[in-house]
Design a protein around this ligand. Structure first.
Ligand code: GDP
Ligand code: MN
Length: 351
């Protein structure tokens, strides 16, 4: 008798480790980390794990970006443990102005930022955080040190890689023609993005030619585009094609958002901005969930089901005190899986 899941199994896409485990031929790619000098210890923690779990077999390059020059301590420590070429890039002042960017009404911005700071909204009162989000949305990919590469993998200080990665995620992206890869998805605080959707719709109404066919509108909206449900890929982990952000569609979209001032008058995160672009300008098959990458950025983590991750310091068991977010009600990944007909872990799925 054929087990009921066999049929599903046949239709399932190849597992990531089947695609990319048997090749050591590198893709054109680099890690990218935006960090301050004071982030050095958290940066080391993250780099050490990426190296131990994956990069010691591939030696991909590392690019560190900062709006202030990195000091010798930062450079010495990270160079000491990165196994690939290390580069330090200075963010030009045009991308990270000392004050507010041109076109922003300072008084209005400061008033709104102070108001949001009185509410229990993460970073609601922070100006530097807003510059960071704007830079991660519209700046980092302009850096010339990224020119030689096809893909990047964003890593932040103080994250955890919970499982071995015995294959090359860049190779998965390349061989499967993926453009955007994520691990965790969730809902955004609506208070930080009050006019983001309206501003986005103004753009897509004026430029329907940029919309992919099909796209993932249904993932981000539950009423056919009337409202944004807040679903976004958590961009602290991101593997993507650099030329997606450099495309005419995304450049025009970012410029449109930037002109509206929402990065400062509100507190638009780069995660919803990247995610709206990916959902509207890419087809579902161009987006990849790295389900077998065990990853933690406080306070959420992705842990693969038994049999899908290797040497994981996490578990999908309900007894694990750390949540496994992809099965969680606050995650947008169940919605994503349903919409894309995702079958990868179906034979073992609990849901
Ligand atoms: P969160 O994940 O939203 O809580 O934000 P983080 O504090 O982790 O910041 C996101 C990324 O931007 C991390 O890689 C930080 O190291 C980096 N970052 C945040 N603020 C600054 C800043 O003012 N300057 C620089 N150079 N990097 C920053
Ligand atoms: Mn972070």
């Amino acid at each position: 008798r054929v087990p009921p899941w066999r049929e599903v199994r046949v239709k399932a896409p190849p597992r990531d480790e089947e695609i990319a485990v048997n090749t050591t031929q590198r893709v054109s790619a680099t890690f990218v980390m935006l960090a301050r000098n004071s982030d050095v210890w958290g940066a080391l923690d993250s780099i050490r794990q990426v190296e131990d779990r994956f990069n010691h077999r591939y030696h991909y390059d590392w690019l560190f970006l900062n709006e202030e020059p990195f000091n010798d301590e930062f450079k010495r420590h990270v160079s000491g443990i990165a196994s690939g070429k290390v580069q330090f890039g200075l963010v030009p002042e045009s991308e990270w102005p000392k004050g507010f960017p041109e076109g922003i009404d300072q008084e209005k911005a400061l008033r709104l930022i102070n108001e949001m700071g009185q509410k229990p909204i993460p970073y609601g009162g922070s100006v530097p955080y807003r510059k960071m989000c704007r830079y991660q949305s519209g700046g980092f990919w302009k850096h010339e040190l990224l020119d030689p590469y096809e893909f990047y993998w964003r890593v932040e200080p103080n994250v955890k890689f919970l499982c071995d990665i015995p294959y090359d995620p860049f190779r998965v992206m390349k061989d499967q023609s993926k453009v955007y890869g994520f691990v965790v998805s969730l809902y955004e605080y609506q208070a930080t993005i009050e006019t983001l959707w309206a501003t986005t719709k103004n753009f897509t109404d004026a430029h329907p030619e940029y919309l992919a066919e099909p796209n993932m509108l249904e993932w981000i909206s539950e009423d056919g585009g009337g409202t944004y449900n807040g679903c976004h890929y958590w961009s602290n982990f991101e593997i993507a094609r650099i030329d997606f952000w450099r495309s005419e569609a995304y450049r025009a979209y970012f410029d449109h958002l930037d002109k509206s001032g929402g990065f400062f008058y509100e507190r638009w995160g780069d995660a919803p901005v990247h995610s709206l672009a990916a959902s509207l300008f890419l087809r579902p098959d161009q987006i990849h969930w790295f389900y077998s990458i065990g990853y933690r950025h406080e306070p959420f983590q992705n842990c693969p089901l038994p049999g899908f991750g290797t040497k994981c310091a996490c578990s999908t068991s309900p007894d694990d005190p750390h949540n496994n977010f992809w099965q969680h009600g606050y995650s947008c990944t169940p919605r994503w899986r349903k919409l894309t007909g995702w079958k990868g872990m179906t034979p073992f799925s609990h849901d």
